[in-house]
Design a binder for this molecule. Structure first.
Ligand code: FES
Ligand SMILES: [Fe+2]
Length: 397
């Protein structure tokens, strides 16, 4: 049995450990690929402690660059997204980096020691999946597919359910950000179970009547419910009114034309697949007791182009449910400070234990020292360059 004290939700020390060994060592979903479709375009993402710039090169490739000037360490860019043009120029003393992170120019560089020219930006690994950009600060990490495969298999068996919804081709119709005063694990643990659904979620239980049993799709009496949950009789879609907001997406198989599928891809994604849209929720831990949640509702571009299209009825169902969940999570967070805090898990809540063992394993298996997580463009390990102010004086500036 894993020891799981309440300080896992409250202590700064534990938060930093999880940030270092989970969020700085895993693939983290940071935003839509469409935000970086043009050459020179970028988005800025917080991953663990780091700020990362995801940049589209002229050759169409995505690069992950640590947002830290190699001269005196200022953040190069404060904007959330935009276009760098041909290069990234530090606003402090004017060092200029290519879109691949290489240092290409610096004032008076000819007067400086030759090794100064090697002070390229540190890099992060980047990949794209489901129309989203995923970043890993560990440039040696196994591919994203290895991270998500066990979770996909556990939830869907051998069927590649996400591929049926063509997320790469969908467009974000609505995004809502939530600032939740609760530890990120409390949020995941909430979504691991539906024992609370009959008590807390009248709207979603109307849409998916099976959920009144206290079992949703991710955990059931005999494991996850691979076939998903069926919409209520008479409903044509997954929304507050029960009406579809758009036609069924083109790749959805016949057996899923009235089905809800959901999956948790820890450590930072929750996906919901319904016939006419997809919802992607991303979790960004901000502190031991704060998590930012960003939800995107994705529809087919042709549906959005219809002058009568209005996503609010569909958005409203998950939005109202998520707000109910987040309020409960905040109450759990308050409870964790009590000397009497303890838990009892019913069979409905078994997935929480799987989540905890994944965390436990990730923490145990990744005793990676802080200064070796990334590489600069030329392959130097961080260890030689983040050590001291001595490096700056060598540069002589
Ligand atoms: S800190 Fe960037 S050029 Fe000086
Ligand atoms: Fe819930």
């Amino acid at each position: 049995m894993i020891s799981w004290p309440s300080t896992h939700y409250t202590s700064q020390e534990r938060f930093e450990l999880e940030r270092e060994r989970i969020f700085e060592q895993s693939w983290i979903c940071v935003g839509r690929s469409s935000a970086v479709s043009e050459a020179g375009s970028f988005l800025r993402a917080e991953v663990g402690r780091e700020s990362v710039l995801v940049v589209r090169n002229r050759d169409g490739q995505l690069r992950g660059l640590v947002n830290l000037c190699r001269h005196r360490g200022v953040q190069l860019c404060m904007e959330e997204s935009g276009n760098f043009g041909k290069s990234i120029r530090c606003p402090y003393h004017g060092w200029t980096f290519g879109l691949d992170g290489r240092l290409v120019a610096a004032p008076y560089i000819n007067d400086l020691p030759p090794e100064t020219r090697e002070r390229h930006l540190y890099t992060a690994a980047v990949t794209e999946w489901l129309g989203y950009v995923w970043v890993n600060l560990n440039t040696e990490a196994p591919p994203l597919s290895e991270q998500v495969a066990p979770m996909l298999r556990h939830r869907f068996g051998e069927i590649d359910v996400p591929s049926h919804y063509g997320m790469e081709d969908l467009t974000v119709a609505k995004t809502i950000s939530y600032d939740v005063r609760a530890n990120w694990k409390i949020l995941f643990e909430n979504f691991c179970e539906c024992y609370h659904c009959p008590t807390m979620h009248p709207e979603i239980c109307d849409a998916l009547p099976e959920w009144r049993s206290g079992y949703g799709t991710v955990a059931g009496p005999e494991g996850p419910k691979r076939e998903g949950s069926k919409l209520a009789d008479g409903a044509t879609g997954f929304s507050l009114s029960g009406r579809a907001a758009a036609p069924t997406l083109p790749g959805v198989p016949r057996e899923d034309e009235r089905t809800f599928h959901g999956i948790l891809l820890w450590p930072n994604v929750h996906l919901i697949f319904v016939p006419d849209h997809v919802m992607c929720m991303r979790f960004e831990p901000q502190g031991p007791d704060r998590t930012r949640v960003i939800s995107d509702w994705l529809f087919h571009p042709e549906a959005i182009a219809d002058p009568d299209f209005n996503p609010n009825d569909a958005v409203g169902l998950i939005d109202v449910t998520a707000r109910q969940d987040f309020e409960a999570c905040e109450r759990v967070q308050l409870g964790t400070s009590s000397a009497y805090f303890e838990e009892l898990h019913t069979p409905h809540e078994s997935l929480i234990l799987d989540f905890r063992s994944w965390i436990h394993q990730a923490i145990a298996e990744r005793p990676v020292p802080r200064l070796t997580i990334g590489q600069s463009v030329n392959g130097d390990s961080n260890a030689t360059t983040l050590t001291s102010t001595g490096t700056s004086s060598e540069v002589g500036v």
